[in-house]
Every structure is written in C-alpha cells, then in structure tokens.
Design a protein around this ligand. Structure first.
Ligand code: PLP
Length: 392
C-alpha cells in the first residue's frame, strides 16, 4: 500500500535549495537531488495547520517565547527522551549553527582550542575558524565493522593540548553514529575532569533507527548537565528548516546567562513568528507523524542497503544508526576525489554531497539523502548502477 511518504511532491520553483539550485552546485539541472539535509515530504498536517492559522492573522510583528511553547518543548523532551527539563532552561536561537557560533563566542577567547570530530557537518569548522579560535580535530576512525568511533587517545591529547570547548555532533552527521551511553559518559567524564564545556548539536536526534537510542548529552547526570548545552530543533524532524528556529537546553544558569549575553550583543534575540508557531505545534502534536516518518525512512534505509549490497559493488553503505543522510564508502571505485565527483554528477547524474566537504577523512566518500519517496531514491540508485556498468 502506498503511504503519504510515497507521494512525489514537486518542490521545484519554490526557491528550494535541494531541487532549484542544481546548476549552481552540480553544473547541470538533470541530477536526481539526494543531497542537502531536508526531506521531500510535506510537513505534518498539524504543523501546516498551525502555520496557516498564523498566516490568517494579517500582522506579523514582534513576537516572544511563550510559556505555552516552553511547555510543549518540555513535553517533547520528556516523552521522547525521558529527560525532565525546566522551561527556563530553554533558549531559542535562530537555528542551530548560529547557536554553535554564539557558544564559541560565549565560552572561549580568541586563540582557545575547540575540539571537533571530522568527518563532520562543515559549519563546525567555520564557527571555530571564522571566530579566530584554534581548531583541534579529533578525527573519527572507522572500525573493522565499518562503524565509526572516537579515537580516545587523540581526544585526551586534544584536551591536554588546551581545549576549552567540544562541539559534539550527536548523532554524528555524516558518519551515521548514534553515540551510546558508554561513549557519551566517557566523553563527559574526560571533559568534566578538565572543566571543558560540551556543546552538543542534537539536531538529528529524533531520527534514530531500531536498535539505537539517542541520549541527550545534558541528561547524562548533574555534572554533564551543568557543563553542557544541548541543541535540539524541529527543523530536520518535521521539515521546517527554512523557518530557522531551534532551541538550546542549558541547565546551568551561568552558562545560560553567558549565551544570552552574546545573543543580545549580536542582536540575535528576536524570534521568527512562524518558526515559533511551527516548533510549538510540532512538539505538541508531532509524535504520531514522526513515528510514521521513521518507519518509512527505515524502509528507505533497508532499501538503500539491499540495493547497494546487491547492485552497487564496490560502493558500500556505512552502518547508519540514525539520520536520513547516509555515508557511502566509494573508495573501492579507486577514483580520485575529483573523478568521483565527476562520476556521480556527470556519469550517474545524481546529486550527492562530496565527502571532502566534511573535512579530513571525507575523501572517497559521498553523502546520500534518503529523506525522499522511495521512487526518487530508486531512480538515483538505478542511475548509479547504470553508470557503474559503463565503468566496468
Ligand atoms: C549536524 C547539523 N547541525 C546543524 C544543521 C543546521 O542547523 P540550522 O539550520 O538550524 O542552523 C545541520 C543541517 O544539515 C546539521 O546536519
């Protein structure tokens, strides 16, 4: 039976980055776009209804973060993660990336070391380097089972080298990991003993597949809670990225005040009236829709895994425990990085993210987005299969 998610929604001519910006990015307009991290699905009807209702009132002036919104967010975090946060811990930011940048400004000084773990979402590098902080890259390592893990010896060395802050990507985009309790607890302990703050970007946390469980960093215990910020957002989960609204959960009053101080200093304290409406509706009413979306996405993931294993050799799928962006290991093709990019865009005519954009460790990889109808995914994979046949 076809589900709502099978419906191919035409997103062209909506100023949609994924579908309308292909020539700029791939040099041609006929690639199947499986790149930028949003989904081709309609947002939940409850979110669309809340936005429509707000649009109906024809004034769009200044807004504020209501207690009712805080309550909705508290409920979401409690229902989905069993973490009881207080309404006042929430700081609304105009997106997670601005929140990461504000955190770097709030908790470090120019020249201070900030740990990131490549391959990782590119703004992690930018918010450190553009602000004159020292990038300490603790590169993630692929284990014999193809799963990535943390190089703990190197992590300790980076802490010893004077790191003041860690930008943690949890789950880890693009490598597919949903960090375990053991890993997070170990990281929290190591950072705690050096009084290093952890800023945990959990924007993808709601998209986790069977067998994995997301644990918010701030829920690990008192110590971790008071030395960390946990960023969450409805954006990836409910396809409202363009509304640029997210939240930092900051249990420590001192850290919260510093964040707000920087936010005010940058003049970024105002919120988006539609972003807030969407966040509240999604967190209050989005559970059932998300559960259905997760089922569909997991079906797409299994489809991708089966297709790749049987028809796209030597390309392999790096085990994905969460997220609709999935890391493909293309090193077996033996192509140089430029040749791989050319192969995917010009021979296969698929638009994937070039692994190199995720920093050291990304060469020879590509990131595919499975947040689309299965028919679109199938088309993309069949194109890669046909191009591979010509290569052989
Ligand atoms: C790990 C991660 N953080 C942040 C973002 C973007 O956050 P925002 O649009 O809220 O700034 C993305 C988008 O792909 C992401 O993958």
């Amino acid at each position: 039976m076809l589900s709502d998610f099978d419906k191919v929604l035409d997103r062209t001519n909506t100023n949609c980055e994924k579908w309308d910006n292909l020539v700029e990015v791939f040099g041609r307009d006929d690639v199947v776009p499986l790149w930028v991290a949003d989904m081709d699905f309609a947002s939940p009807p409850e979110v669309v209804a809340a936005l429509s209702e707000r649009v109906q009132h024809p004034t769009y002036g200044y807004t504020f973060v209501s207690q009712s919104l805080r309550k909705a967010a508290v409920g979401w975090v409690s229902r989905r993660y069993g973490w009881d946060i207080r309404p006042e811990w929430i700081v609304i930011t105009p997106g997670v990336v601005p929140g990461l940048a504000m955190s770097v400004l709030a908790y470090t000084q120019p020249g201070d070391g900030v740990i990131v773990q490549s391959p990782v979402y590119p703004p992690f590098f930018r918010v450190v380097e553009s602000n004159g902080r020292r990038l300490l890259n603790n590169e993630l390592k692929m284990g014999p089972d193809g799963r990535y893990g943390i190089d703990w010896g190197d992590f300790q060395a980076k802490l010893d080298g004077g790191a003041r802050l860690v930008l943690l990507c949890s789950p880890a985009n693009p490598v597919g990991r949903v960090w375990t309790d053991e890993e997070l607890t170990r990281l929290a302990g190591m950072c705690g003993s050096r009084d290093v703050i952890v800023v945990s970007d959990e924007i993808h946390c709601d998209i986790v597949y069977s067998g994995a469980r997301h644990i918010p960093f701030g829920s690990l215990g008192e110590g971790a809670a008071h030395r960390s910020l946990t960023f969450m957002a409805p954006s990836k989960t409910f396809n409202v990225q363009g509304l640029t609204t997210s939240m930092a959960i900051v249990p420590s009053e001192q850290l919260r005040e510093r964040l707000i101080h920087v936010q005010l200093g940058l003049g970024m304290a105002e919120s988006n009236v539609f972003g807030l409406a969407a966040l509240e509706a999604a967190y209050r009413q989005g559970d059932a829709w998300l559960d259905r979306a997760l089922e569909y996405l997991e079906g797409n993931l299994r489809y991708l895994e089966d297709f790749t294993a049987s028809r796209l050799s030597p390309i392999t799928v790096v085990p994905a425990e969460g997220m609709y962006v999935v890391w493909l290991d293309c090193r077996g093709l033996g192509l140089g990085a430029d040749a791989l990019r050319d192969f995917l865009a010009n021979r296969a005519r698929v638009g994937l993210n070039d692994g190199r954009m995720f920093g050291p460790g990304g060469e020879g990889f590509a990131r595919i987005n499975i947040g689309c109808s299965r028919a679109v995914l199938r088309e993309g994979l069949e194109r890669i299969e046909a191009a591979l046949r010509q290569l052989r």
